[in-house]
Ligand binder design. Structure first.
Ligand code: KG4
Ligand code: ZN
Length: 343
């Protein structure tokens, strides 16, 4: 089955073609057009994002089809991110997908953006199959999930304030780095001394929830106190990254222990952080546990992961009609909150 994926939930206009054969899914073409227009505003401007998606979507899809060496006539289904995300941005992708699916008489499936992030590693590894523990860390979300089977997600922990990526971006702005700052902080931190700024590890001792706002405030104080930020920048970045990673890894391992899972999947933009993946591997000895992370371009927002998740749902016979709607606060399908699960 050959599926065209569309992703427009935030500031990336992306299209991809994947081929699925049962549990094996492979990437045939992927185009990601990152909207540069937001850079000068230090964050995504929703109205500008919608307009840029409108301009870009047709050529982006054309490019992905060309890479795959196919035409729309050779596509078996369309998968599109229908939430969560920026409403106006989502609407562009959903309207486009609905129109083309109707015109070409193709099956259509709406995909939850986070389910897409969960499927990303399956594009590169056939052995990423449930059950596993998942850490989803992006600019908008920080979740720990237990995944007993595809399509069933038990929410074990989430952030009580900022998302992990948001914390990287805010700390980046305090350090005078451009948005989004995650990759720049990782680069700086690699040259920094982690001992100079031992920042707090919020909530590390208890439960599976996260909190990053206190850590961010601690960084703010360190920046305000510094009499030479050029000298301290890399050390502060390192102190922050070490603290954030320590919390993310500790909670994920705690969840994997609780459910006795031997596979850990890390997804979302922050999963591009090599220090995070390395720390997870170090904390989960390979003899006992495998850690799976997709390549960076499949971890930040992209349509390949949407096509991977959508093709799995299409393969099961799921279909959406022309009444598919974009929803900015869409709940993950198949989500069970731990409080709803009997002990
Ligand atoms: O998944 P994503 O592309 O978009 C959302 O769905 O939010 O994630 C973007 C986030 C940004 O906050 C960015 O700073 C962060 O991922 N990020 C990183 C790294 N690369 C991207 N954070 C830490 N280290 C990185 N190397
Ligand atoms: Zn994302």
């Amino acid at each position: 089955m050959r599926v065209l994926g569309i992703e427009t939930s935030c500031d990336e206009t992306s299209a991809a073609v994947v081929e699925r054969d049962n549990n094996s899914v492979r990437l045939r073409g992927l185009t990601i057009w990152s909207q540069d227009v937001h850079r000068i505003f230090g964050g995504v401007v929703p109205e500008l994002a919608s307009r840029a998606h409108l301009t870009a979507i047709a050529p982006v899809v054309e490019d992905a089809l060309q890479q795959a060496g196919v035409t729309l006539a050779e596509i078996d289904g369309i998968a599109v991110t229908c939430g969560p995300g920026l409403m106006g941005a989502l609407l562009v992708g959903v309207a486009w997908a609905k129109t083309v699916a109707w015109r070409e008489r193709l099956p259509l499936i709406g995909v939850h953006h986070l389910e897409g992030h969960l499927f990303a590693p399956t594009l590169e590894m056939d052995d990423v199959t449930p059950p596993f523990t998942a850490l989803l860390v992006s600019g908008g979300h920080t979740l720990v999930l237990d995944v007993p089977t595809w399509g069933e997600y038990q929410l074990l922990g989430q952030t009580r304030d900022d998302a992990a990526g948001e914390a990287f971006d805010k700390v980046g702005s305090l350090l005078g780095l451009e948005y989004p700052a995650g990759a720049a902080i990782e680069k700086l931190a690699a040259t920094g001394n982690g001992k100079r700024f031992p920042f707090p590890r919020p909530l590390i001792k208890e439960g599976l929830d996260f909190s990053f706002s206190g850590l961010k405030t601690a960084v703010l104080r360190a920046v305000q106190k510094s009499d030479n930020l050029d000298r301290d920048r890399a050390d502060i970045a390192r102190g922050f990254q070490d603290a954030a990673i320590d919390v993310l890894v500790t909670k994920t391992i705690r969840a994997a222990d609780e459910f006795d899972r031997s596979l850990i999947v890390i997804g979302g933009g922050v999963a591009c952080n090599k220090a995070l993946a390395d720390a997870m591997v170090a904390a989960a000895p390979p003899a006992r546990r495998r850690v799976s992370v997709a390549s960076p371009r499949l971890n930040t927002d992209n349509a390949a992961m949407i096509a991977a998740a959508g093709s799995w749902r299409l393969m099961r016979g799921e279909r959406d009609g022309n009444d598919l709607e974009a929803r900015d606060a869409l709940p993950l399908p198949g989500l069970i909150r731990s409080s709803e699960v009997s002990a």
